[in-house]
Design a protein around this ligand. Structure first.
Ligand code: NI
Length: 134
């Protein structure tokens, strides 16, 4: 069921919002607001430790750093229940990119991401979560 509600908003903020909507290519404000609400709820579920989420962890690392490949593999085996897939791309002679697709409790997923981030040789970690609902 679709419900309508009114929003009181400062004119300047609304102008900025309309510009944002245009840049993003939305046709209507409603569509943009719906997406923003969904995003906010998904991000909040990340704070609820027991929420079940899907996520991707993108890691850039220097494979020449001693032991790094083994450590990453070891970590993935340790979280075998949560890690559903991994894609590896060799970026250049030194650097590798790995995208890990994870599924499980937000708390555990965050743990995996933090552990990857703390490994020596890991240069960058981007972590994103999503949910089927809402
Ligand atoms: Ni590689």
């Amino acid at each position: 069921m679709i419900q309508r509600f009114g929003v009181s908003i400062d004119a300047t903020l609304l102008k900025k919002f309309d510009e944002y909507i245009e840049r993003k290519g939305y046709i209507t404000r409603s569509e943009a607001i719906r997406d923003l609400i969904r995003d906010a709820l998904i991000n909040e579920s990340f704070e609820i430790e027991n929420a079940e989420v899907f996520g991707t962890i993108t890691v850039i690392y220097d494979h020449e750093v001693r032991g790094i490949t083994e450590k990453i593999t070891h970590l993935q085996h340790r979280y075998v229940k949560e890690i559903r897939a991994a894609v590896h791309v060799h970026v250049d002679e030194k650097n590798c990119l790995e995208v890990v697709i994870v599924h499980g409790k937000a708390k555990t997923i965050k743990e995996i991401s933090d552990k990857l981030m703390s490994l020596r040789g890991v240069k960058n970690v981007k972590f994103q979560i999503t949910r089927v609902e809402p």
